[in-house]
Design a protein. Sequence first.
Lengths: 162, 782
Amino acid sequence: MAKITMTVNGRQVSGQCDDRTLLVHFIRENLGLTGTHVGCDTSQCGACVVHMDGRSIKSCSTLAAQAAGADITTIEGLAANGELHPVQAAFKANHGLQCGFCTPGMVMTAVDMIRRHGGQLDEATVRAELEGNICRCTGYHNIVKSILAAAAEMGGARVAAE
Amino acid sequence: MGVEGIGARVARKEDKRFLTGKGRYTDDMSVPGMKYAIFVRSPYAHAKIRSIDATAAKAMPGVIGVLDGKQLLADGIGNLICGWMIHSKDGSPMKMGAWRPLAHETVRYVGDAVAIVVADSVAEAKDAAEAVVVDYEELPVVTDATKALEQGQPQLHPEAPNNLIFDWQIGDPAATDKAIAAAAHVTEITIHNNRLSPNPMEPRATLGIYDGGDDHYTCYTTSQNPHVARLVMSAFYNVAPENKLRVIAPDVGGGFGSKIYIYPEEIVCLWASKRTGVPVKWTSDRTEAFLTDAHGRDHLSKVKMAFDANNRIIGLKVDTVANLGAYMSLFSSAVPTYLYATLLSGQYDIPAIHANVRTVYTNTAPVDAYRGAGRPEATYLLERTMETAARELGVSPAELRRVNFIRSFPHQTPVIMNYDAGDYDASLDAAMKAADWNGFAARKAEAARRGMKRGIGMSCYIEACGIAPSAAVGSLGAGVGLWESAEVRVNAVGTIEVLTGSHSHGQGHETTFAQLVADRFGVPIDSVNIVHGDTDKVQMGMGTYGSRSGAVGMSAVVKALDKVEAKAKKIAAHLMEADESDIVIENGELKVAGTDKSVPWFQMALSAYTAHNLPPGMEPGLKEGAFYDPANFTFPAGCYICEVEVDPETGVTKIIQFVAADDFGNIINPMIVEGQVHGGLAQGIGQALLEGVHYDPGNGQLLTASYMDYAMPRADDLPSFTVSTSNTPCPSNPLGIKGCGEAGAIGSPPALINAITDAIGNNRLTMPATPQKVWAAAHAAN
């Protein structure tokens, strides 16, 4: 058993878990944050994507112990003050989700994608970068549209702020 | 229509919880004392169980109990059933072999469950499951349906000699043979429809809770139809009587058919909860999902289509072998019969059709309905045959279709269906225009200059949704009625709850069903809540599959709204001392037409509950229920066009454009309808280009049991789609709705294969059209 301390959604948390416990299970079982999902066993589907120290990772292929001391953001920590994050808002406005199961991973991946590209995204890049996230409902059409809309808005917002 | 009424592009009410991680799926559920289950599964595709020894496993850390099939049998838990009786053409009933929730004598596919381990944690349960010693005697294996019918093959069930479940037919064999004999041209083709794994992103899960105090069971489960689950578990599996069993299907992460059925795990976890005295939760991993979720398709058909000298179809003969896997799943018998062969007339006026279908046991996972369920198989067969015929006859694919379109309605086909409305020219015209069909030759020439092979293909599909009049399906063998129920409760403050037997697992019912209410009463959709998925809240329902929630589920809501409206008008008329026939409901108010007198909706509702001033003899309250039994199937139809470029060096196919022109009748929310089409197209394109379940024919091992081996469509495999709709309202339901959930998956595979075969100039190509197959076909003689 290991005792692990990390920051999750801005709050310091500690928990006991088996050495073999995956970060996704620590988040879901120990912390009760069930927004992060498990959709496969081979780190292919991306339903488990969270941010570790600001970068998207698959929490199904990270040990909880590896995240000791890290700053983790899950889907529950993305909206601030009850306002949807621009990526969440874009998914809603563009019908970028249906059953909702892959959605937390898609949104967390998209936030990181937009950050890395500074809002400068095109459809081909978005599709290529979604390689690690599988959706069975939407055919990706509206997910791509949502991410491009959010990137445009966030890029635009950045320009306006500068 | 109003900003939130019928036809409005309203953003979904349910999205906020999914986008903020507040969705509540079955695996998210946790109750005090809950323990975790792992199933011990057969590693062999066919074997006798000599013995099961759980002694070591029971002594492992954290283990609460290990239970096997003999204990399950001793406790009187019944066999799993197939709920649709089919008779062979000789009159004999289908030959259903026993399917035990936990096998205790014979295992028949890799993944067949033999025991359940309950432990403090998933990890401890997995460790203990490894320690359960099952002594198997391996038996020979057959995975291919055609081969399984041959003499001398392994026999799966003693009830079904030669593994034949039924040998069924529909249509007129003599008239069809006569048409073929008299034909100016006969197109012959063999069609393989590849086996698929549905793969909703949420794996199946269940939480069984036995409460000894009340002798009561609660089952959380990933179900598309919790009421049917309760009915079947009570009536056939002997788990508990209906009044002692609550089934809850909370947020469900996609279904596509695979979550219609009642699987062994739900039954066994409920039983194990009573046996062990703790709540028992099981969550499938993805490999288990590939092994045990019901698969789809897996047909092999021989087709003869006969034409007269004017290129009119005069007969169609089909001989199909359908692989149903190791056991008959809940609706497995209906899929390759009444959901398939009844659609073989397509959009065409065909005077004579005969289809023969043999269904077969093999040592593979059970096969049942997957998005489209029979109609994709019929459509792929017909539209590949039409394309082939057009090439053989030297006419354009559009012209051959137009020559044969049905243009007068109602139209009775030779295979049961009575088409009520449609305009097939409209969707063909719309698709050809959107795809710039006439500009294709220039685009092909341009691609050729780059060394690429460009092709274009179309598919004109029809399907049947809204299943269906209960008496009709009952006469065809269905074990259930296929109506839907609804209840509309107006609260004392005027807010509204709609209880429905339909179940939403991605379709957006919480929004679209609320739009119906907003449209009727002019109240905001935020004041309307949709309640579904809980047998303690909703009395009865038949669930969501076959694109039936709009045509059937919403029609039940409309009937209940009619009753609420009538009573509300009576109350308002009484309050305003007016005639009820003069009351109109607009913008949340009940008004006396032609006057300035009005009562706000909430005030009328409050009056219904204070009951201080109601019309003489009227009961207090405002709550109405309705059951709706459809008068007919509905018939969505459309035309899909796909344009591809094949790289002759690598065999890689790139989709340049995909156009969908559908007729779904009236539409409640176009945004949601488009989303349904996108998703269906992706699954159809996945079938045509990428996906395929493969078993090792020698030992029955599943070779495609993870996302490393089974090619799910990813974002960069697909284009953005061009979708549009036309509208011939459905005459048989009050909303004029046809249904849109499956069309994309039904119509798209033949369009894609027709495009690829057009590009490479070789018609011999099977799904999935992998680069290897396409390269080989492109370099082979036709």
